[in-house]
Design a protein around this ligand. Structure first.
Ligand code: SAH
Ligand code: SF4
Ligand code: F3S
Length: 459
């Protein structure tokens, strides 16, 4: 029986309900969705590709900036016209807006924040019983959302959450309100999950948390993050380990030492700075100065491995002067980041910065963002050009049918699009032989956002 026949058959016998899930936001949300999907499938739901085809329509939402929040209300608006479906809002907007969502979108029946996913099973039972205003909004949990039911789609790279929530209080940020207090998993459960994934063929692990550096093993072993990182990298079968996100305040030199010692730990660190001005950093309540941040950068630059560094930057935080912004531009030149994510400051509910006066006009924020991104583009072009002529090992992740190139990713997290030597018999390499392989590729060209290369090995 084909997949669509099976779904039709199950619907016909009334055994299977269908669900559609759309995910917004960060990797933690993406991974939460994998766990939500596993939980739903275990309860007899089948995933479908469109909201139209689903009995249960779920949005796993992000609230980090206003635009992200608006997106989900647009989606809900579109759904209002369709009768006979159950709608649910999960994740950060659910936690932030709570029962107000029922007023703004009365056709929504389920509102669940990520700190309550451990109760998802019970909440679904109530929905299935016909209840139409079900919430899971408690933040006072000690638990992490661990489940053996995670449904991962990528067969080579797997996310593992090691710490949930955030105990910092950056003045602009909703995360401490939407994801609750920090809770770390035991090191043993992280290692066991890694070993299980390795034995199922996964070779790359990405450790997740809003602040992985404040990981503290709750078991008597009491490991810190550097220790955990090295242990995950030593699990047989694992070839690459990445981690995100690091908070500079809790970023210790032992992490760099672990990368230097352990080849499987990728030479890539994402260390969000937010601003190059110590004055703005203080107003943001980031708990470090520019000099302290630069000390972390020095550790990386002095490492034995060539560590690629990326960051997040917010422009137009309330009170940011032209001079503050200049400091951020100089920081880019000084650090020479390999990539950045940059955002215009967005006012968020409940956050301390909401009350600050001296908001920067929208046009000025846009102007600063453009200048910042142009400056960084030139830096990236330069850094990528330095790699031309050298060899990089890539994990093959996909292919681009329009260019005929394979898409690989380097340990430094760069995209390297490449071609392979023609096969002697003229046949095309089957996708399944390439995807998931690690191959050496010679870099022939560079752009600001990716590299181009050739692989001489006949596959
Ligand atoms: N825990 C991570 C950040 C997670 S949010 C950390 O501390 O680095 C990802 C990024 O979104 C942040 O680094 C910040 O640059 C950006 N961001 C968060 N709140 C924002 C806001 N109110 N306006 C604009 N950008 C914001
Ligand atoms: Fe938000 Fe700061 Fe926590 Fe990151 S560390 S999630 S920016 S409060
Ligand atoms: Fe967004 Fe929540 Fe992640 S606000 S960035 S989905 S933690």
């Amino acid at each position: 029986m084909g997949e669509s026949d099976r779904k039709r058959y199950n619907c016909w016998i009334g055994a299977m309900k269908s669900f559609y899930l759309e995910t917004f936001g960060c990797q933690m949300n993406v991974h939460d969705s994998e766990k939500v999907i596993g939980t739903l499938e275990q309860r007899g739901y089948a995933q479908v590709d469109t909201a139209d085809a689903a009995d249960l329509v779920l949005y796993n939402t992000c609230s980090i900036r206003d635009k992200a929040e608006q997106k989900v209300f647009h989606r809900l608006q579109e759904g209002k016209r369709v009768k006979g479906k159950v709608f649910g809002v999960l994740g950060c907007v659910a936690q932030q807006e709570g029962e107000k969502i029922f007023e703004r979108a009365p056709h929504v029946s389920l509102v669940v924040g990520s700190a309550s996913y451990t109760k998802l099973g019970e909440l679904l039972v109530r929905i299935e019983a016909g209840e139409r205003k079900v919430t899971g909004l408690s933040l006072d949990t000690e638990d992490t959302f661990e489940t053996p039911l995670t449904r991962r789609d990528n067969p080579h790279r797997a996310y593992i959450t090691i710490i949930e929530g955030c105990d910092k209080s950056c003045a602009y940020c909703v995360v401490p309100f939407t994801r609750g207090p920090e809770r770390s998993r035991t090191s043993q459960s992280v290692i066991d999950e890694t070993a299980k994934l390795a034995s199922s063929g996964y070779s790359e692990i990405q450790l997740l948390g809003q602040n992985v550096n404040s990981y503290r093993d709750p078991s008597p072993a009491g490991w810190d993050f550097a220790r955990l990182l090295e242990a995950v990298g030593s699990v047989p079968g694992i070839r690459r380990v990445r981690f995100t996100t690091s908070h500079p305040r809790d970023f210790v030199k032992e992490i760099i030492d672990a990368i230097d010692r352990t080849e499987t730990l990728c030479n890539q660190v994402h260390l969000p700075v937010q601003s190059g001005s110590s004055r703005v950093l203080a107003a943001m309540q980031r708990q470090y100065t520019r000099d302290q941040y630069m000390q972390r950068i020095e550790w990386m630059k002095n490492a034995k491995r060539d560590i690629a560094i990326s960051t997040d930057i917010i422009v137009g935080f309330p009170g940011e002067t032209d001079e503050d912004f200049e400091h951020t531009l100089h920081l880019l030149d000084e650090v020479e980041y390999d990539s950045i994510f940059s955002f215009k400051y967005s006012q968020r509910p409940n956050t301390p910065a909401l009350k600050l006066e001296d908001q920067i006009p929208e046009e000025e924020k846009s102007r600063r963002l453009t200048i910042l991104q142009e400056r960084q583009r030139a830096i990236q072009m330069r850094r990528n050009t330095n790699l031309v002529g050298g060899r990089q090992e890539v994990l093959v992740e996909g292919s681009n049918s329009s260019t005929g190139q394979w898409i690989g990713r380097t340990s430094q997290n760069r995209i390297l699009n490449f071609t392979t030597a023609p096969r002697p018999d003229g046949t095309v390499i089957p996708r399944e032989r390439m995807i998931g392989n690690y191959l050496p590729v010679r870099v022939t060209r560079a752009g600001p956002n990716s590299l181009v290369g050739e692989c001489a090995i006949a596959v």
